[in-house]
Design a protein around this ligand. Sequence first.
Ligand SMILES: Cc1cc2nc3c(=O)[nH]c(=O)nc-3n(C[C@H](O)[C@H](O)[C@H](O)COP(=O)(O)O)c2cc1C
Ligand code: SF4
Ligand code: SF4
Length: 270
Amino acid sequence: MDFKKIKNIAIYYFSGTGNTLFISETYNKYFLLKSKSVDLKPIENIEIVSSQGKYDMLVIAFPVHAFKAPKLVEKFINNLPSSTTKKPVLLLASCGGMPGSSFSILNKILIKKGYYIASNFYYSMPDNVSFMFSKDLISEKEIMDKIALAKDKSFKDFTNLYSGKEEVIKSNIFKRLFSNIVFYFLSKSLKKNKWVVDYNKCIFCEICSKNCPTQNITVKKQKREVKFSDKCIMCTRCYNLCPVNAINYKSEKTKDFKRYNIFKKELISK
Ligand SMILES: Cc1cc2nc3c(=O)[nH]c(=O)nc-3n(C[C@H](O)[C@H](O)[C@H](O)COP(=O)(O)O)c2cc1C
Ligand code: SF4
Ligand code: SF4
């Protein structure tokens, strides 16, 4: 891919707890340093993509959920208009180190639509899901170290991409099938309400409901009630961003766990 021909770039991202936002903003800075014009757009606020034609390149960034991209990211890609010009797409994933078949599943859809896969890069970031396995968060130092390593890798990846070295991650049909099965069971289990609110702590601030990407939460101050519907995609944002740690997973087990909220300010101000 010849970067000299690329002037306008859109970075579409979804980020539950800020890791993917951090990676997207880091790439935004790299592109700006190369005098590219960049629009950074959160996927969760996009209904229909009609304006992608004005961009020479798309970047799509997502967190890995059960070896796949979250449903709303896959839906976003499925809804992209086709490309007649083999428009390049760079896919970026943030994960705990196991991207599974997330790239190959999205690559397939994009190629079918006429896009060109510029590269697939993934970043091992602090995971936001350890509580599901009854494990507390890693220490703040470990968190900062992981983020710094991811940033270093992003610079190397960007430099390679810019100099024409491309990297596309492939996985075979069995791996894709495995990822689809794990994801299917994860989604099914999420339909059952797993979030439990501690009403001794809740201050009915509505941060959870206002920031849920699928409008899955309703807060009724008068009734002193926080209700979850069946649209949860398990981004863990509500659990991690509640200012008083009033949201627990399944039981009280998680009540003493630290929350992953290092990017809280950036997420809530977007
Ligand atoms: C429900 C769920 C499932 C996850 N599954 C995976 C996985 O299969 N592989 C992996 O490496 N990380 C997995 N993770 C970790 C996240 O991908 C990782 O923490 C990511 O950086 C979060 O990005 P965000 O802050 O932008 O949401 C999972 C996280 C959640 C919440
Ligand atoms: S974010 Fe926490 S404190 Fe605020 S309404 Fe939701 S559960 Fe209650
Ligand atoms: S209910 Fe919580 S975990 Fe589920 S989608 Fe909304 S913010 Fe994310």
